[in-house]
Design a binder for this molecule. Sequence first.
Ligand code: DQA
Length: 142
Amino acid sequence: MARILVLNGPNLGRLGSREPDVYGSQDLEALATVLKSDAPRFEIEVRQTDSEPELMSWLFEAVDTKTPVILNPAAFTHYSYALRDAAAMVTKAGVPLIEVHISNPHSREEFRHNSVISAVATGVIAGFGFDSYRLALSQLTR
Ligand code: DQA
């Protein structure tokens, strides 16, 4: 069964209770349920970490196993050159990596307007709540 990694960065483990006005009231488990029902013929692995090296290690895994990635880098989006370099390894290996955001960072504080990841991502989807992930998934499974 083809696999897709859905990787989530810092603070996204608190989805559901964290700023529900911005991120909604559903948690990561609900996200996993909806993605799995959208793509039953794929093995969808939803993971979350607050650790930059762990998130990077999952991108190395994607390179080594040629597994497509949906990545919400969360706050790392805006400053982690280490994560950007790891994401570049994924797309340079010919493996798609779609950057997603629940909110639209461009409509928020100025520090969120820049993504160091976008330039090395296959594509970017932001601002549609959990549907940002679903849109990315539909692109990877078409
Ligand atoms: C986010 C947007 C980021 O600016 C923020 O740091 C997050 C979540 C989003 O999904 O909207 O943690 O990536």
